[in-house]
Design a protein around this ligand. Structure first.
Ligand code: VG1
Ligand code: CO
Length: 545
């Protein structure tokens, strides 16, 4: 067998977004060299390949296995010392992050478009994580993008496909290929962080029921091993547990809209005490109690407030961080407990430096993402286990825990409106128009309400001083309320405008009001300020979370 240097034509549109390169499956399949170019561009950023290990896996979506075989061949041709692959090509994003760290790999390739639908007409994606286990920071993704625009060859070896069905080792040329159990190391890590004995007795007490919806995506096997095999929950606890290439035709995004089946169960009479769901690649989580939905921003705040009663965090937290659009509920907790709180742009890559530098222990995003310094990705099952451990410890229901939290810290009413697949040019113009009129917006007439600050969020990384600008228009009101606008960086069709609304309430008599009603005035302002109906021709959002 011989390493070949195959000529290829560069593509101009391989700029990684919020979380990797995402395109329709057809873009990867129908454009010659599309996958190969991007993989080679990633490998070109790694200098000492012959001394390095690489982790490869994906969320099991359509084209996953085919892509993995190609990536292995390009990796061999590029002279990697070792390629560690999940069995059947499966690795959740958090499991891949854990593996990169444990095996001291130089990085990992995770094949996923996360919460985007799969199947032949769905989306495919490639995430590249660096040696710390986290998403490549912007300086690396910028280099990959530059290489991808100038690429003229990729290295390839025409070897047989690797049998990914069973675990074990293979050697091709100088590269060792190791097919590993996708779940084992990750489950062990969870066992180190949480009190499995306590959770086990909660789950077997006979008066606690739970359901976990894997949405036919990657967390099925992880949830089976951890919740059923190790924690003794009945098998029926895990629903939609078999990963399917098209996620059963569903949209593997854990929220009240897409995880409707779970939501209905949780709001039915005699529904389970605890419910949770995860997304395509296992890094998101939705937490519910009976008749109760925990907003992700609240979940982050509650996790932070109660961290010391969980074994892995009993020594306290160094600090916390949230993405800018995430509600300020966690800020209240940080303030009261006297720990630093950082505000970063959207996307997990911005937490990496803070975690590596030991400035934060826990971080999260409003988009159903929570995690800690145990890895460098958000982690769906970690959040589920955190809540189970907390319930076992506090002997309270989810609703009691949430309400008690609001009593102590006040409540940040919060919602997000998504206008999906809108015309990309119009969406850009809408943002640009606000950007050029920040002071007019600030000084506008809002019927007695005053805007204290209006800007386009810019972040200077406290560790390496790198600057990321244009991260979202923020409108901050004097009473702490906020309106935020940004364009999504994970979609594949047109543009998606996200509008985030938040209002703080500390009056104990006003903590259990209706979220949408409470935020309706802000929603009106948000509509008017950006002129969403006029500019996007949309009268209401497609998704409200
Ligand atoms: C969305 C979320 C963001 C998250 C990103 C990746 O990005 O808003 O918080 O980090 O998805 O999540 P955007 O640019 O579409 O708003 V995942 O689960 O796709 O890795
Ligand atoms: Co995800």
């Amino acid at each position: 067998m011989q390493v070949e240097s195959l000529p290829t034509t560069a593509y101009a549109n391989q700029k990684p977004g919020t979380s990797g390169l995402r395109k329709k499956v057809s873009v990867f399949k129908e454009n010659k060299g599309y996958l190969e170019n991007f993989i080679q561009a990633i490998f070109d950023t790694i200098t000492d390949r012959n001394a390095s290990s690489l982790v490869v896996g994906g969320d099991g979506r359509f084209f996953n296995l085919q892509a993995i075989q190609i990536i292995i061949k390009i990796a061999i041709a590029n002279g990697f010392k070792k390629v560690i692959v999940g069995q059947n090509g499966i690795l959740s994003t958090p499991a891949a992050s854990a593996l990169i760290r444990k095996r001291k790999a130089v990085g990992g390739i995770i094949l996923s478009a996360s919460h985007n639908p799969g199947g032949p007409d769905g989306d495919f994606g490639i995430k590249f994580n660096t040696a710390n286990g986290g998403p490549a920071p912007e300086k690396v993704t910028d280099r990959i993008f530059t290489y991808s625009k100038n690429i003229f060859r990729y290295l390839y070896i025409d070897s047989d496909d690797i049998d990914l069905k069973k675990t074990g080792g293979h050697r091709i040329e100088k590269t060792q290929i190791e097919v590993i159990d996708s779940v084992h190391d990750y489950a062990d890590l969870m066992e180190e962080l949480f009190d499995f004995t306590k959770i086990k007795s909660l789950l077997s007490s006979g008066n606690f029921t739970m359901v976990f919806d894997a949405m036919h995506a990657v967390t099925g096997p992880y949830a089976m091993e951890i919740l059923v095999n190790r924690l003794g929950a009945p098998k029926e606890t895990v629903c939609n547990g078999k990963p399917l290439p098209d996620f059963g035709g569903g949209h593997p995004d854990p929220n009240l809209v897409h995880a409707k089946e779970l939501a209905e169960k949780m709001f039915s009479d005699n529904g389970p005490d605890f419910g949770a769901a995860s997304d395509g690649d296992g890094d998101r989580n939705m937490i519910m109690g009976h008749n109760c939905f925990v907003s992700p921003s609240d979940s982050l705040a509650i996790i932070t407030a109660n961290a010391t009663c969980i074994p892995g965090y009993s020594n306290g937290l160094q600090g916390v961080a949230r993405s800018m659009p995430t509600s300020q509920a966690v800020d209240k907790v940080a303030e009261k407990t006297g720990i630093p709180c950082f505000e970063t742009p959207t996307g997990w890559k911005f937490f990496g430096n803070l975690l590596d530098a030991g400035k934060i222990t826990i971080c999260g995003e409003e988009s159903f993402g929570t995690g800690s310094n145990h890895i460098r990705e958000k982690d769906g099952l970690w959040a589920v286990l955190f809540w189970l451990n907390l319930i076992a410890e506090k002997k309270q229901s989810v609703m009691e825990i949430v309400r008690e939290h609001w009593q102590e810290y006040g409540r940040n009413y919060y919602t997000r409106y998504d206008y999906e697949e809108v015309d990309a040019t119009r969406a850009e113009e809408l943002m640009q128009h606000m950007r050029s009129n920040l002071s007019e917006i600030k000084n506008g007439d809002y019927h007695g309400v005053t805007i204290s600050q209006c800007d386009d969020f810019e972040y200077t990384d406290p560790v390496d001083a790198s600057v990321s600008s244009k991260q979202g228009i923020r409108i901050l009101f004097e009473d702490g309320s906020r309106i935020i606008y940004r364009l999504s960086g994970t979609g594949t069709t047109g543009a998606t405008l996200r509008v985030y609304l938040e209002k703080y309430e500390s009056d104990p008599a006003r903590l259990n009001m209706h979220t949408q009603e409470t935020l309706s005035r802000l929603a009106r302002f948000a509509n008017e300020i950006a002129d969403i109906p006029g500019r996007l021709k949309r009268t209401k959002p497609d998704i409200i979370t």
